[in-house]
Design a protein around this ligand. Structure first.
Ligand code: ADP
Length: 149
């Protein structure tokens, strides 16, 4: 008997969950693609958020479902408007690193009121996207917590 409460044990398990062990594949597009192409990509990849890169494959923005909905309601030409006009851009992007605790990522999702985080690695002064963490990731980790017991 360890003498530890169940809450202590649970907390210890959660602190063994790292971003790199739970991340999924990111859905990436270049900043010059049209809003129309971005919507198509979102459907094909079955994701709710796209991460936007420049020609050097550096993270420059994020585009959510509502960003795309807003763009289609504004009366702009979805074929002529590039996604970099409507995206949320750097440096206002919340990111996580592979070695961050999953608990930190979960807190970021809540604090920033967003669905998804790019997992990044430093590339000079910019970021390269290597994965993603979503609310579904956190749900999966929640289940793993019970099943790993
Ligand atoms: P939706 O808008 O489809 O509900 P989100 O709640 O994730 O999806 O996005 C809300 C807003 O926050 C959008 O404008 C989106 O561009 C932005 N956003 C999404 N993810 C991030 C992030 N990781 N960092 C900064 N902004 C983000």
């Amino acid at each position: 008997y360890t003498g530890k409460s169940s809450t202590q044990l649970l907390s210890e398990s959660i602190k063994k969950f790292y971003v790199k062990d739970f991340q999924s594949l990111p859905s990436l597009i270049k900043e010059d693609v049209s809003v129309y192409e971005a919507i198509t990509k979102m459907f094909l990849d079955d994701v709710g958020t796209l991460f936007i890169m420049n020609q050097a494959n550096e993270l420059v923005g994020v585009c959510s479902r509502k960003d795309l909905l807003r763009a289609t309601m504004g009366g702009q030409d979805v074929h002529a408007t590039p996604v970099n006009i409507i995206m949320t851009r750097m440096p206002n992007i919340a990111v996580v690193f592979p070695d961050d605790l999953l608990l930190y990522a979960a807190n970021l999702l809540i604090d920033r009121e967003i669905d998804s985080l790019p997992v990044v690695t430093q590339k000079g002064s910019a970021f390269e996207v290597t994965g993603r963490i979503t609310k579904t990731t956190i749900t999966r980790a929640f289940v793993a917590l019970i099943e790993d017991e």
